[in-house]
Design a protein. Structure first.
Length: 293
């Protein structure tokens, strides 16, 4: 199975440089020098960077490199401590308390499928349901990208290359901002999302493959369709909290950045498409946003 997935990814990777829509040029609206918008995948191999035509040139030409956050700062002990503080459930709302026995049993089955026969909800009782959702989603994605190395991640690698060239590195959010987005909903809402993930587990592997295929092919429209598919487990509340509000905030920051410098903006590809996506928001501000091919 692993060899089949790897073969599929190699075939798809060959198409990335040919017709990718992951890299977009931002121009017009009085800009003296173009900026760029690139969609990342948080667990895809860093080889994607060299597969996208024009990306390394965009990194070299930009004055600044901006991401969702400054990745080097997110890995510090202080940031990790902040994240764990947000990820821990209140003592009166432990996972085993907010789930019914039947829900706990269903979750146990899922956890054992991904983490081995000894895994159980009880082991993760002190984590907020949203944190457990994040861990499970990461494992699901890694079934498609089995060689993913957390120390070599696309967002961080782009910033690392930019820093090596002397570029200013910036982020749209702090670790607190990201934690609020991930873990800021109520425990009850998080538990409902977790159980939705459990119910749709049978579709997860296929969904992860389709998302990976769409990403590596640079097909943002297909990615948007998959993200909006009810089987993905996303909800209107999730989309508003994780995508739309953040896009609106980032677009406001971009409005101040773009007139004064050439910026390569590298954020999750799911933030690019759609009426409330960054491409559309930038166009509404009068910028020309065109795919680099």
């Amino acid at each position: 199975m692993k060899k089949t997935i790897l073969s599929l990814l190699l075939i798809i990777s060959a198409a990335v440089s040919g017709n990718a829509q992951l890299l977009w040029k931002i121009s017009g609206n009085g800009l003296e020098k173009p900026s760029y918008l690139f969609g990342t995948h948080h667990v895809a191999p860093v080889s994607v960077i060299d597969s996208v035509a024009g990306l390394n040139e965009a990194i070299a030409s930009a004055d600044k490199i901006y991401g969702e956050m400054i990745m080097s700062e997110s890995m510090t002990p202080q940031s990790q401590q902040i994240m764990m503080g947000y990820a821990m459930a209140p003592q009166d709302s432990l996972l085993t308390s907010v789930l019914t026995p039947a829900q706990t049993d269903s979750l146990d089955v899922m956890l054992r499928n991904y983490m081995g026969p000894m895994a159980s909800a009880k082991q993760f009782a002190q984590l907020k349901p949203a944190m457990l959702c994040t861990l499970i989603a990461l494992i699901q994605s890694q079934t498609v990208f089995p060689d993913f190395n957390p120390q070599q991640q696309i967002d961080g690698e782009i910033q690392k290359r930019g820093a090596a060239l002397g570029k200013e590195i910036g982020g749209f959010e702090t670790i607190e901002d990201q934690c609020n987005a991930l873990f800021g909903s109520s425990i009850i809402e998080q538990a409902e999302s977790l159980m939705e993930m459990v119910r749709n587990d049978s579709h997860a592997a296929e969904m992860a493959k389709k998302l990976a295929k769409a990403y590596l092919a640079g097909d943002l429209n297909q990615m948007l369709e998959l993200m909006e598919d009810p089987a993905s487990g996303s909800s209107d509340e999730w989309s508003e909290r994780m995508i739309n509000r953040r896009n609106a905030n980032w677009a406001r920051i971009m409005a101040g950045l773009l007139p004064s410098a050439s910026v390569l903006i590298a954020v999750g590809a799911g933030h690019l498409p759609g009426e409330k996506g960054l491409i559309s928001l930038l166009r509404k501000e009068g910028y020309s946003v065109e795919a680099v091919k």
